[in-house]
Ligand binder design. Structure first.
Ligand SMILES: Cc1cc2nc3c(=O)[nH]c(=O)nc-3n(C[C@H](O)[C@H](O)[C@H](O)COP(=O)(O)O)c2cc1C
Length: 411
């Protein structure tokens, strides 16, 4: 067994210690039924990850409103109808002393045409650019609806706790509803929910307080936040820092940093400008600045591939945990391999057919479809297939979703 900095426990509070520094970041599994109930595939998948050695597993986004899906196959928690299956999922993912946090999300306007005729958002501002044809124009939420959504976040967190999940994470990144409220471009309301940063932050803050009210003081609540939207007129790094400061003052337990949204999906791009030249992860420089203003434990997600890059990020004290997505799909037991000294790095290339016009049309969809199919394999108790042909993946996707493949994209 290799003695690694990555194996050091992380104490979040007197009651909660994470056994090591590996943070499996949220990846939407789309393994729910057509009616959005959790399935046994999730149980098997999380069993594999829990046995694989990560300290903290964050689930893929679970929606808090059946009327607002990010994609077909999302799990929805609105009431206790699925408590038995949620318990099985929680039990599988918490074995081996693993923390299992459920990611709570509402997609806002990032709910595709195939699932939302009229999505809701802070303001009736459509998405622009290459994704504009995938999403219908949203309508603005009423104040009553905003208050109802906040309650729903709290209720879903309460049910997650009751089922045995050991924490929750608010998805405040990637252009979904919380992130839309934070953005001066997407939120142009002139009531107390829009305008100044304090007003734009209100939805996140109230959501946090409602969750805290429903789960109690000792249950960990995390937040995934954009370092910036990387959009003109969008949420900036300075604003993001102010949100971090406020959330740390009110008692958030762990902050995961990412960036981008559907219009500019920097979190998925390995060639991203956010990837520093000297280090492989995208948002480390932001984390170093954040460190100076808050003491809440920090995670950065996006780009970690090598044991050396992960170890250096912890040793340099830039972050407390390394957030990892795609490598965990290809190698569910990545931490165990690092501790056994049998892993150095892996290369992750975008999944492409190499037919230019087709890749331009379905590029990021190919990636997501390909990774989701790997998750199905693991959910069925099989090994992932790193050399799975992109063409077969595309055909499989078309068999499942028809021509929607050419429309449905997420990030
Ligand atoms: C198939 C897939 C689904 C994803 N779903 C989510 C999600 O539900 N919630 C979320 O916060 N991020 C989601 N992400 C983004 C990842 O958490 C992570 O930020 C991104 O993959 C970059 O990290 P990596 O370079 O280690 O893969 C998803 C990524 C992939 C590949």
């Amino acid at each position: 067994m290799k003695n690694s900095t990555l194996g050091n426990p992380l104490k979040l509070s007197d009651k909660v210690t994470i056994k090591n520094r590996f943070h499996k970041s949220a990846m939407s599994e789309t393994l729910g039924t057509k009616q959005n109930n959790p399935t046994p595939l999730l149980v098997t998948l999380y069993e594999a990850w829990a046995k694989g050695g990560a300290g903290l597993l964050v689930t893929g986004n679970v929606m808090i409103d059946r009327k607002a899906l990010g994609e077909p196959g999302n799990v929805v928690i609105e009431d206790e109808r699925d408590l038995d299956m949620l318990k099985k999922w929680a039990q599988a993912g918490t074995q081996n002393e693993t923390q299992l946090w459920l990611q709570l999300n509402h997609p806002g306007k990032q709910s595709p045409k195939s699932v939302s005729k009229t999505p809701v958002a802070p303001s009736a501002i459509p998405l622009s650019g290459h994704v504009s044809n995938i999403f219908n124009k949203p309508r603005a939420l009423t104040v009553e609806e905003i208050k109802d959504l906040i309650k729903r976040f709290g209720n879903a967190a309460r049910i997650a706790k009751k089922a045995g999940f050991t924490g929750v994470q608010i998805h405040g990144a990637h252009g979904y509803l919380v992130s839309q409220f934070l953005s001066p471009h997407h939120n142009q309301r002139n009531d107390e929910w829009g305008g100044s940063l304090n007003n734009r932050m209100r939805f996140l803050l109230e959501t946090y307080h409602e969750i805290r009210r429903q789960v109690g003081e000792e249950f960990p609540i995390g937040l995934k936040l954009n370092s910036a939207d990387f959009q003109r007129g969008g949420f900036t790094e300075e604003e993001s820092m102010q949100v971090l400061k406020k959330m740390s003052e009110v008692g958030i337990d762990l902050i995961e940093i990412s960036g981008g949204n559907y219009e500019n999906p920097v979190m998925m791009e390995s060639s991203s400008n956010n990837r520093t030249k000297t280090r492989e992860a995208y948002f480390l420089e932001y984390a170093e600045k954040a460190r100076k203003i808050i003491s809440v434990p920090l995670v950065v997600t996006g780009g970690f591939r090598s044991e050396e890059g992960m170890t250096n990020a912890i040793k340099s004290n830039a972050v407390d945990m390394v957030g990892i997505g795609k490598p965990f799909v290809l190698m569910p037991d990545l931490p165990n391999r690092i501790f056994a000294g049998t892993y150095q790095t892996m290369e992750i290339k975008p999944i492409r057919t190499d037919v230019k016009w087709l890749d331009a049309r379905v590029g990021s969809m190919l990636d997501l479809g390909w990774y989701e199919q790997q998750l199905v394999r693991i959910g069925k108790g099989k090994n992932p297939k790193p050399n799975y042909c992109p063409w077969l993946s595309l055909i499989q996707n078309m068999a499942n979703h028809g021509l929607e493949v050419f429309k449905k994209r997420r990030a």
